[in-house]
Ligand binder design. Structure first.
Ligand code: PEP
Length: 291
């Protein structure tokens, strides 16, 4: 019986069903497990916003967005604004993320910030392996793997970014590139922790360019990521992992992206810098519902 349920969660229907029962007072295993999986809508502010701007945004967004039952908002300000944004967060459905971290607890690493420090400031999540870190600052899958282990060690959760360059897509290497990024960054991660992961698929050619992957292109890669996770652990764990999409997400494309079976959240750069646009993204309506 339990095996049959596991098989059910693995089916392509699981997300639609999760949406339908969301909010219901389910007491059976199926309901409890499905209600637990909330989508994640994350704002990656990169190297934008002063303290005052960061706090003012956080306060406005919390005031303007109604209660969120099936989703969580994650704000990733620059390091300098982490403590202030932490203090400004009063809602349980709003979480705090850092944009990077070092894998050591402390030491002679000028310019770096450790997982211990990020936990101390109150971070819940850490974005790791963002394409800007990989391609501008030379981060490798191997250092990302060390950071990922450290994020768990210090009591936070990693949001691991993966994605292919345009020439990698055009030469038919998308799955090979992403498969390698996943295998290397997730090497040695145990099953208990794996289920808590978030993975963001961010095609590099879509970040900050105004070009979005089509819903079909995104879904195809998300399904691949889920299958890869199932082969690294098992199907149930793979289904618990939130797989987010990032790459020029905007108010006018979020609904159709979020309607895809394997898309469990959004990682948003440019459109997360203004309250109005990010608020609309947080209030996505994946099943074509109207207000
Ligand atoms: C990002 O920085 O993670 C991102 C997806 O940026 P943008 O939404 O601007 O493409």
């Amino acid at each position: 019986m339990f095996d049959a349920k596991l098989e059910y969660y693995s089916s392509l229907e699981h997300k639609v069903r999760w949406g339908i029962i969301n909010g219901a007072q389910s007491t059976d295993v199926e309901g409890i497990m499905m209600n637990e999986k909330k989508s994640l809508i994350a704002a990656n502010w990169k190297m934008f916003k002063t303290l005052t701007e960061a706090v003012s945004f956080t306060e406005s967004l919390q005031r303007e967005v109604g209660p969120l039952e099936d989703r969580e908002v994650v704000i990733a300000p620059p390091f300098t604004a982490l403590a202030a944004v932490r203090n400004a967060i009063w809602r349980a459905d709003f979480k705090l993320a850092a944009q990077n971290c070092h894998w050591e607890e402390k030491g002679a690493f000028t310019g770096e910030v450790s997982g211990a420090m990020l936990r101390d400031v109150g971070c819940d999540w850490v974005i790791l392996g963002h394409s800007e870190r990989r391609h501008i600052f030379g981060e490798t899958n191997e250092t990302i793997q060390k950071k990922l282990a450290a994020v768990f060690r210090f009591g936070m959760l990693p949001m691991l970014c993966v994605g292919e360059l345009l020439d990698e897509r055009e030469s038919g290497n998308t799955f090979a590139v992403i498969g390698t990024q996943l295998d290397r960054a997730l090497a040695g991660l145990d099953a208990d922790r794996a289920g808590q992961l978030a993975i963001a698929y961010e095609p590099v050619w879509a970040i900050g360019t105004g070009k979005t992957a089509t819903p079909e292109q995104a879904q195809e890669v998300h399904a691949f990521i889920r299958e890869r996770c199932a082969s690294l652990w098992d199907k149930m764990i793979a289904n618990r992992i939130r797989i987010m999409y990032g790459g020029s997400v905007k108010p006018d494309n979020v609904d159709v992206l979020m309607a895809q079976t394997d898309i469990d959240g959004m990682l948003v750069g440019g459109a997360s810098l203004e309250v109005e646009s990010f608020k609309r993204i947080v209030q996505y309506q994946p099943f074509g519902e109207t207000n």
